[in-house]
Design a protein around this ligand. Sequence first.
Ligand SMILES: NC(=O)c1ccc[n+]([C@@H]2O[C@H](COP(=O)([O-])OP(=O)(O)OC[C@H]3O[C@@H](n4cnc5c(N)ncnc54)[C@H](OP(=O)(O)O)[C@@H]3O)[C@@H](O)[C@H]2O)c1
Length: 248
Amino acid sequence: MIDLNGQVMLVTGASSGIGKALAGMCSEAGAKVALTARRPDRLKETADRCTGETLALPGDLVEEDHRKRLADQCIQRWGRIDILINSAGMGMYGDFLSTTEALWRRLFEINLFSTVFLTKEVLPHMQAQNQGLIVNMASIGGLIAHSNNVTPYVASKHAVVGFSRGLAEDLKGTGIRVLAVCPHLTATEFFDVSPGAEEMAPQVEKYKSFMDSPEAVARGVINQLDSERLVVFPTEKPAKAYDKQRDL
Ligand SMILES: NC(=O)c1ccc[n+]([C@@H]2O[C@H](COP(=O)([O-])OP(=O)(O)OC[C@H]3O[C@@H](n4cnc5c(N)ncnc54)[C@H](OP(=O)(O)O)[C@@H]3O)[C@@H](O)[C@H]2O)c1
C-alpha cells in the first residue's frame, strides 16, 4: 500500500460521495489535499473534516480557467502534485431516444473532458518530478453495459477507460502511472442529482441495500493505489459483475 504521508493530492468531486470520502481518508493518512467541486459550502465541510493541510478551491471543472487555477495553486502552495484523483462526474438515466444532444454534451464535458483537460494541466508538473499517479474514476459502466437506459453514461465511462489506457501506454517507463477505477453502484448523491433521477428512483430503491458505501469504495481505491494494473475494482461487487458479463 502506498504511504500517503506528505503526498500532495488534488481531488475533484470532493464535495460529495466518493471524492469526499477519498479526501477525508487520504488526509487522515497524512496527505496534503487540494479539494475542488462547485459548491463552496460543501467543500468547506469536507475541508473541515480533514485532519491535515488542505486547500479548498471551489469552481466548475468545465471551465478552463478553473482547471488552470487548480494546478497553479497546488504548485504555489506545495511545489508539486503527486496524485491527481479525477472523481467529479454525473450520471444520466433515460431511454436513448429521449436523451438530448445538450445532455450528451453536458455529460461528456464533466465525465470525460474535465478529466482529460485537468490531467493536461497537471501532467507537466508530474513529468518535471519524474513521478506521479493519475486516478480516473470510471465505472463498471466503463467496461460493460451494466444496466439499461444508461447509454450516454456507459459511453462516457468507456471513454474514460479508453483515455486512461491510451495515456498509460504513452507514460510507460516515465514513473507516472494511470489507474481507471471501476466502482459498482455506490450510495451517494449521484442518484439524486443526475438527469433522469426521478425516472430512475424506483430502480435505485430496489438496489439500495446492494450498494457499496462511498467509504468502502474509497478504502478500496486507497488500498490499490500501488496497483500495476490499469483497471482497478475498489470492491468485490464490480469485479464479480465484470466476470459475469464481460463482453470482449
Ligand atoms: N455512485 C455510483 O454508483 C458510481 C458508480 C460508479 C462510478 N461512479 C463515479 O464516481 C464518481 C463520483 O461519483 P459519486 O457517486 O461520488 O457522485 P456524487 O456524490 O454526486 O459526487 C459527484 C461530485 O462531482 C462534482 N461535480 C459534478 N459536476 C461538476 C462540475 N461541473 N465541476 C466540478 N465538480 C463537479 C460534485 O460537486 P458539486 O456539485 O459541488 O460541483 C460532486 O462533488 C463519478 O465520476 C461517478 O461517475 C459513481
